[in-house]
Design a protein around this ligand. Structure first.
Ligand SMILES: [Zn+2]
Length: 222
């Protein structure tokens, strides 16, 4: 839902976008299928990176380790730390940045938001700034000539939702003309039922419900 809205916001702002999804062995692999559908409908180039080996490297998170239960309840509760995947955004953003630099793109965009701040330090402003600086310091300007020794100082790490709640992200989608039914094409739940419905109790489901209530929409997945 966050990435989906971000994709539309960027396109509405006139950016030419390439989408990257990463299979890092996450439980909610369904988001990858949804992302493919959305991108093919929009004609956005989309790559799915198979990094499923990460699940073996990163045991202990409910996101990647099937032996760890997905906690129920509000996202900011301490128990939600069980959903933290160690160093996830550094790993994912590094892949995205490498891809972007190889494509000579202006930067990357991530849909991190304020609701993530409490339990995911890699969604906070400090991390995003340091990440940007590390990418800039570690790379040549992809658009400079071969003789140039300019670093990638113009490379952007766009996080327009950094201080938004999930509700404010939906509101941003509404502002650019997205409708409740548009969100039929999104997936949030960490622990779907055997029938393939959102569980309704995991942190992601709770937060999604709050967001829909915030804009006064009915969630089309329910
Ligand atoms: Zn759920």
């Amino acid at each position: 839902m966050d990435s989906f809205t971000l994709l539309h916001v960027l396109r509405t702002a006139g950016h030419r976008v390439t989408a990257l999804s990463v299979n890092y062995g996450q439980r909610h692999a369904r988001e990858l299928v949804m992302a493919s559908l959305v991108c093919s409908r929009l004609g956005v180039p989309h790559t799915i990176v198979d990094a499923s080996f990460l699940a073996a490297l990163l045991p202990g998170s409910s996101q990647t380790d099937k032996s760890v239960d997905v906690p129920a309840g509000a996202y900011d509760a301490p128990v939600m730390k069980r959903t933290v995947v160690p160093n996830r955004n550094m790993i994912l953003a590094s892949m995205a940045a490498g891809h972007a630099l190889a494509l000579k793109a202006e930067g990357i965009a991530l849909a991190v938001h304020a609701g993530d701040h409490a339990i995911y330090p890699d969604c906070r402003e400090r991390f995003i700034h340091l990440l940007r600086d590390a990418i800039r310091a570690g790379n040549w300007d992809p658009n400079a000539s071969e003789e140039s020794d300019a670093l990638a100082d113009m490379f952007e790490v766009k996080t327009p939702f950094l201080n938004f709640t999930k509700g404010e992200i939906l509101a941003a989608g509404k502002d650019i003309g997205l409708e409740p039914l548009s969100y039929m094409q999104t997936w949030t739940c960490y622990d779907p039922t055997p029938e393939g419905k959102p569980c309704g109790v995991c942190g992601a489901c709770v937060e999604r419900a709050e967001a829909f209530a915030f804009v006064g929409w009915h969630d089309p997945l329910l």
